[in-house]
Write a protein that binds this ligand. Structure first.
Ligand code: GLN
Length: 488
């Protein structure tokens, strides 16, 4: 029973479908693991065992009756706390939404339910997805399963930690500037940010609408491609979803590196930690030995990615979060009886420090007199970054970079200095600004036994190739990783 939790996603899928495993046994094994382990990891904000087991029982019943909804029926999946599920609390790890129950399902949830997945809400995150460590959650800081004194990354830290601690095989997160890839990197698992417009954002609580995408975490590559197939596609409820050929999981095949052109960074220009730098160079060397050609790219625009991202993301969040005012949504404080006080008292009590900082920054850069100098300029720079990626893909097939400049840092190490925390996203934010897809692939451990991640990027809607390269990378000896069985 205990070993069930250490199975990969693809082994689980196989066993469920050949009848050698029931969803109930599998689900119960995960629930037991969560019970034993989550006091150390703090990935879950809430766990309703009865509701979860009921879904597993229903799946087993369908299997017995030959009425399976899909080949994914009965697979457990974790859900980040900013994705709406009918009747469930969706708090975004914020006090302002602590008691908010969603009256509807996000489109991704509808799609998972139609296939018979067993949903495990609610995974911890940075408040409103703003952060890189889950330390901005109003309720708890999640811990890294490789070393619980360290952070799991963020903002989808709970979703990543749950998979890395073998509490689930797959989970959903959201990525606005790196919140899937960075925690996947720090936790040693796969995490994909799809092309902007590939996956519906309907029912994802908005942070920065022009950057947000929902995507999967998984303990193997098959989980990533299966989930992308299930989650993606046109949605009339989200006008930004694109009319493109649907993504097919079985279109993903390992790609031969021979003759491929790989875009790489000149590492001297960036401040990667020594272990990350060394592993990156080893990976590149190994790809070169398989016949790929390395093409150094000019990433000088990257130095603008963080300021541009933080101007655009904060501007959009200041507008998106204006609905949480104590009247339309959220916590209400009505001390003085005056309307203006109700707004400000509710928002003062409901939002945490980082969220307030970003609302202020965003409101400032959008205000008349400053708009052209800040927000307008950031939009122009965003266009340049987008063009730069289009230019890159004229000369390379795939870009290979580290995902994070360092491995997991200690809890509390960066909380005093927001600018230093923002630097954790130096390699991920430009991808969201350009709208292209990117994936984190595990690439072994550093000297302290902490995971290192490699980010692969391709052009818009080229996920079949992206995942093909990721699959090939996963088969390199250098990139093999074992998730911790016992949490230290
Ligand atoms: N860490 C980045 C931020 O704080 C990215 C967050 C995200 O992708 N949701 O905004």
């Amino acid at each position: 029973m205990k070993d069930l939790i250490y199975l990969s996603y693809s082994e689980i899928k196989k066993k469920l479908n050949d009848g050698s495993l029931s969803s109930k046994d599998l689900t119960s094994a995960y629930l037991k693991r969560i019970e034993e382990t989550d006091s150390k990891i703090k990935a879950f904000l809430e766990l309703d065992k009865t509701k979860i087991l009921k879904q597993a029982d229903e799946s087993d019943k369908r299997r017995k009756e030959g009425k399976l909804l899909s080949e994914f029926d009965g697979i457990p999946i974790g859900i980040k706390d900013n994705i709406c599920i009918t009747g469930e609390i969706t708090s975004c790890s914020s006090k302002i939404l602590e008691n908010f129950r969603s009256p509807y399902d996000a489109t991704v949830i509808t799609r998972l339910k139609e296939k018979g997945f067993v949903l495990f809400p609610r995974l911890n995150m940075d408040e409103f997805a703003m952060g890189s460590s889950t330390e901005n959650s109003a309720f708890q800081t999640s811990k890294n399963p490789f070393d619980p004194e360290r952070i799991p990354g963020g903002s989808s830290g709970g979703s990543a930690a749950a998979v890395a601690a073998s509490m689930l095989p797959v989970s959903l997160g959201s990525d606005t500037g790196g919140s899937i890839r960075q925690p996947a990197s720090l936790c040693g698992i796969w995490g994909l940010k799809p092309t902007y417009g590939r996956v519906s954002r309907y029912g994802l609580v908005a942070y920065a609408s022009s950057l947000d995408q929902i995507g999967p975490f998984s303990n193997d590559m098959e989980g990533i491609s299966d989930l992308l197939q299930i989650l993606s596609g046109l949605d009339p409820k989200d006008q930004t979803t694109a009319k493109v050929n649907p993504f097919e999981s079985n279109s993903v095949v390992e790609i031969d590196w021979k003759g491929k052109k790989i875009g790489v960074m000149k590492t001297e220009e960036f401040n990667f930690s020594e272990d990350v730098n060394t592993r990156y160079l080893e990976v590149l060397k190994s790809l070169e030995s398989k016949g790929a050609t390395l093409v150094p790219l000019d990433f000088s625009l990257l130095k603008f990615a963080i300021p541009v991202y933080y101007l655009i993301a904060t501007a959009e969040c200041s507008s998106n979060l204006s609905r949480f005012d104590g009247i339309r949504y959220g916590l209400r404080k009505e001390g003085s009886g005056k309307l203006d006080d109700l707004y400000s008292d509710s928002r003062t009590a409901g939002f945490g420090k980082e969220v307030k900082r970003r609302i202020l920054l965003g409101t400032f850069s959008l205000s008349s007199g400053y708009y052209d100098a800040y927000y307008g300029k950031a939009q122009k720079a965003r266009v340049l970054i987008r063009k730069q990626y289009a230019e890159f893909f004229k000369s390379v097939d795939v870009i290979v970079q580290p995902t994070s400049p360092t491995t997991a840092f200690k809890v509390g190490e960066k909380t005093k200095d927001p600018i230093q925390m923002y630097q954790a996203d130096i390699l991920t934010t430009s991808v969201n600004l350009a709208g292209v897809p990117a994936i984190n692939c595990p690439a072994g451990l550093d000297q302290n036994g902490l995971p290192i991640g490699i980010q692969l990027t391709t052009s818009h809607f080229d996920e079949s190739k992206l995942l093909g390269y990721a699959k090939s990378l996963a088969s390199l000896e250098l990139c093999k990783i074992s998730l911790p069985k016992e949490i230290p």
